[in-house]
Write a protein that binds this ligand. Sequence first.
Ligand SMILES: Nc1ncnc2c1ncn2[C@@H]1O[C@H](COP(=O)(O)OP(=O)(O)OP(=O)(O)O)[C@@H](O)[C@H]1O
Ligand SMILES: [Mg+2]
Length: 228
Amino acid sequence: MDPHYPMIVLRDVTKMYALGKKGLVTAVQGVNLEVSRGEFVIITGRSGSGKTTLLNLVSGLTRPTSGEVLLDQVEVWKLPDVEQSRLRNQKIGFVFQFPSLMPSLTAWENVLLPTMAEHVPQRSDAKARAAELLAEVGLADKLEAYPRQLSAGQQQRVVIARALINEPELLLADEPTSNLDEATEHEIMALIQRIYREKRITVLLVTHAIELARYGSRSVRMAGGRIV
Ligand SMILES: Nc1ncnc2c1ncn2[C@@H]1O[C@H](COP(=O)(O)OP(=O)(O)OP(=O)(O)O)[C@@H](O)[C@H]1O
Ligand SMILES: [Mg+2]
């Protein structure tokens, strides 16, 4: 990626969904946002304010109805499918709202999943890397544990380790703490903040919890699909 350009540029982006025969839902409306390399931007907003839609627009999973979405100067959704998945696999780490681990795989196997993608070069030290990342998120003693043997907070730590395995430049996180108690929520936010500082990556995180905005280097508020 080119260090002189913002990591993310949204220019007057609108996303509308068709809803039955009745009409359209505007999930994101006229959003302008730039995220520079090395920023940790937190987007807060109530349920339904368009946060997830915005993240999906950034990763190219959703195509904008109008406006421009650039990830390091590239309109991801315009790339051929193969290029899109390569870009996502190599450049972006994802942390989703709900624990999304494979129940039949151990913690370290789950962490390795993104390296199994076709377009990612295989590394001989992959298992050691997974163990290293699990240690970084505080799970050195849980390498062989299955998701059901882990607490929700521990599962989310595995998800974070998994998001980092391909050494992404950008971490996208959608409500990474929403199903956790308050203390665990703060632990996970502190962990993401530490990773952000140590690895010098760019982070875009969305949450409905306004009190978590302080973990970022900047926060942005959404309401009714707009940035307010
Ligand atoms: N695929 C879809 N089809 C139709 N409407 C959608 C679709 N996805 C989202 N919406 C609508 O767009 C609006 C924004 O949804 P979005 O999921 O982006 O909100 P959110 O801020 O992430 O909410 P939450 O905090 O509950 O996750 C909502 O009104 C939602 O119903
Ligand atoms: Mg959402």
